[in-house]
Write a protein that binds this ligand. Structure first.
Ligand SMILES: Cc1cc2nc3c(=O)[nH]c(=O)nc-3n(C[C@H](O)[C@H](O)[C@H](O)COP(=O)(O)OP(=O)(O)OC[C@H]3O[C@@H](n4cnc5c(N)ncnc54)[C@H](O)[C@@H]3O)c2cc1C
Length: 404
């Protein structure tokens, strides 16, 4: 295994680190203030538009997209340290046009879109002229088992008609959201993994109602998490991504690299929290000395460093496997890092919250927000238990044959 960075990735990494330090981290407070003052909590703060323009001009743009024609063509191993850097700020990924759910949708369109679909949707997404969302989860069924999904996609002449109820559709409240990628059932009688299909639905199609904006631990996210009703929503048959029944296969294509990206960004969350914990405990004095001199605090710091290093190595191994042997060969590792990354990030953030005392739960630092995000991400994109199931199944398979 060689985790060395190519000269191209190394150069991008140093430019991105400088960009984060000079522009993104200092803009966090401005972003929060502009959002707090905005009439609509989903409005894009002007500072974000400015940052995006700068990042694009400097070529720090769409780096997540491995597809050579459309993206930067970096390998997973090359992209890993860049995603980690962006993850050091909550606003970082969007600055570089590398944020979910657009990244997954762009990957889908680059891999499986027709030229017409790519012209209409992929080009403006790559230019950040529009944003998109992904509607799979439904409130009425256990959606961690996507076979349960009920939303119907029915063919009617030259159109598909969509009826169903989705929720936690992240990004749908962003005023720039123009595209909904929806997963629904086209043939309820087909084999379990051939029942579903994916449709590209323009956001302004009649029949789509956002019932409410769902919070995340009480936070309103700028891009919103919609509770969305689809009633007699009609789109031309050319709106299908892939063919009827391809939904599951496409979802796998979308989620594999996406989980890597979450894990890479989570390393960045953890690094940020550890840095804040160190700075705070070095300067805060209690019972006659800096908090950083207490054994328990030193243990939090040391354990955090050890866990982050272990996690980073696992992420790099998964990236290397995906690059050299393909996504399927890295299935166990990708499932493992989805669990490990958010567990480690959440634990490190939790220690940093504790080390900050009351300030840790206030909104004076990014920690409370990171606490909520790292906790929620243990459910989003498949809960931990579903990934643990994958890891356990593959581990047991090694011994099942010999014990049969
Ligand atoms: C912040 C956030 C953003 C999200 N964004 C999106 C989005 O943009 N688009 C979208 O479609 N969805 C989105 N989701 C939804 C997310 O993907 C689902 O919540 C997730 O897949 C779980 O589905 P569920 O909520 O229906 O939980 P359920 O399926 O009801 O499961 C509940 C719990 O049961 C347990 N469980 C499930 N299966 C097993 C098992 N095999 N063994 C043991 N325990 C198990 C897990 O602990 C799980 O958390 C988002 C969620 C959050 C929190």
């Amino acid at each position: 295994m060689d985790f060395g960075l190519s000269p191209k990735a190394d150069e991008l990494r140093s430019r991105m680190a400088a960009f984060m330090a000079e522009y993104v981290l200092p803009a966090e407070d401005v972003y929060d203030r502009q959002l707090a003052e905005a009439a609509d909590p989903h409005e894009l703060p002007s500072v974000m538009r400015e940052l995006k323009e700068k990042a694009r001009a400097e070529g720090l743009w769409n780096l997540f997209l491995a597809h050579g024609t459309w993206g930067a063509g970096l390998t997973n191993l090359e992209y890993a340290p860049l995603a980690e850097l962006a993850g050091r700020s909550i606003i970082g990924p969007e600055v570089f046009n590398c944020s979910a759910p657009d990244t997954g949708n762009m990957e889908l369109l680059a891999l499986f879109g027709t030229p017409g679909q790519q012209d209409r949707w992929l080009r403006p997404l790559l230019a950040a002229e529009i944003r998109s969302c992904f509607a799979m989860t439904e409130p009425e069924v256990a959606s961690s088992d996507a076979r349960n999904i009920r939303t119907r996609i029915t063919r009617d002449g030259d159109e598909y008609v969509v009826d169903g109820h989705k929720w936690y559709t992240s990004g749908i409240l962003d005023p720039d959201c123009r595209l909904i990628v929806l997963m629904g059932v086209t043939d309820a009688d087909a084999p379990a993994y051939r029942r579903q299909s994916m449709l590209l639905i323009p956001r302004d199609t009649p029949g789509i109602t956002v019932l409410r904006d769902l919070p995340m631990f009480g936070y309103t996210d700028r891009c919103g998490h919609g509770d969305v009703l689809f009633e007699n929503v009609r789109v031309p048959v050319s709106s299908m991504l892939g063919g009827e029944g391809d939904g599951f296969a496409l979802a796998q294509g979308r989620l594999g690299p996406g989980r890597m990206h979450y894990a890479m960004r989570a390393v960045g969350f953890a690094e940020r929290a550890l840095e804040l914990m160190c700075r705070r405990t070095l300067t805060r004095t209690a019972f006659g000395g800096p908090l950083a001199e207490r054994g328990v605090v030193r243990e939090w710091i040391a354990r955090s460093r050890i866990e982050i290093e272990q996690l980073r190595l696992l992420v790099l191994k998964s990236a290397w496997l995906m690059d050299t042997r393909g996504n399927a060969a890295a299935r166990t590792e990708v499932a493992a890092i989805k669990v490990a990354a958010l567990e480690v990030a959440h634990r490190v953030v939790d220690r940093a919250v504790q080390a900050h005392g009351a300030a840790g739960v206030s909104d004076d630092t990014v920690l409370a927000r990171l606490y909520a995000i790292t906790r929620a991400l243990r459910i989003a994109d498949g809960p931990d238990e579903v990934h643990l199931r994958t890891v356990a199944r593959r581990e047991l398979a090694k011994y099942q044959e010999e014990s049969a």
